[in-house]
Design a protein around this ligand. Structure first.
Ligand code: ZN
Length: 175
């Protein structure tokens, strides 16, 4: 095989790789927009605006929820927990193998625990949470080898929009 052929093959493979990557990034943004819609619903109820959706690996939506701790008088009613319950109900299974969880803000210590228990394969989040974040900020449970499941983490999807929403909420609270 000549050098030219090698180059052609490499370029072709690279384009396929980039093409797939680009397509997947678009899907991530689309699903994060759905999570942002959920977050806004929480904000309208004067709840901390965090939203979450769960899809299967093919992109089919299986759950969507927003933070409702005050409304439900329940400290565990974070967007992720409510979405996990919905998805498990949908699948009639306490394991959520081959699913992606999208959330506008980095999951907290409680939610990361629940996500790991449920075996979600990938977590895609928007903005970081330096106070509670357990997917890279304060802790990184996804990398803790003492735990038996390690979801893949993708961060910073629609970060500006996700961050602006939460910052605006807390700024208004202080006024
Ligand atoms: Zn949480």
């Amino acid at each position: 095989m000549s050098d030219l052929d090698d180059t052609t093959i490499i370029t072709f493979s690279l384009n396929i790789f980039l093409g797939n990557d680009f397509g997947q990034m678009n899907d991530h943004k689309e699903n994060m927009k759905l999570a942002l819609e959920e977050a806004r619903k929480a904000g309208e109820k004067d709840e901390v605006p965090v939203g979450c959706v769960i899809t299967d690996e093919g992109g089919k939506l299986i759950a969507s929820a927003h933070n409702q701790t005050i409304t439900m008088a329940d400290p565990t009613a974070h967007a992720e927990i409510l979405a996990l319950r919905q998805a498990c109900g949908e699948r009639k299974n306490y394991r959520l193998l081959n699913t992606y969880l999208y959330v506008t803000v980095e999951p907290c210590v409680m939610c990361m625990g629940a996500i790991i228990h449920s075996r979600v394969s990938r977590i895609i989040f928007g903005t970081y949470d330096s106070k509670w974040g357990a997917a890279g900020s304060l802790y990184d449970f996804s990398e803790d080898r003492r735990l038996n499941h390690h979801p893949e983490i993708i961060s910073g999807i629609c970060i500006e929009e996700c961050r602006a929403l939460i910052q605006k909420f807390f700024r208004n609270k202080r006024c």
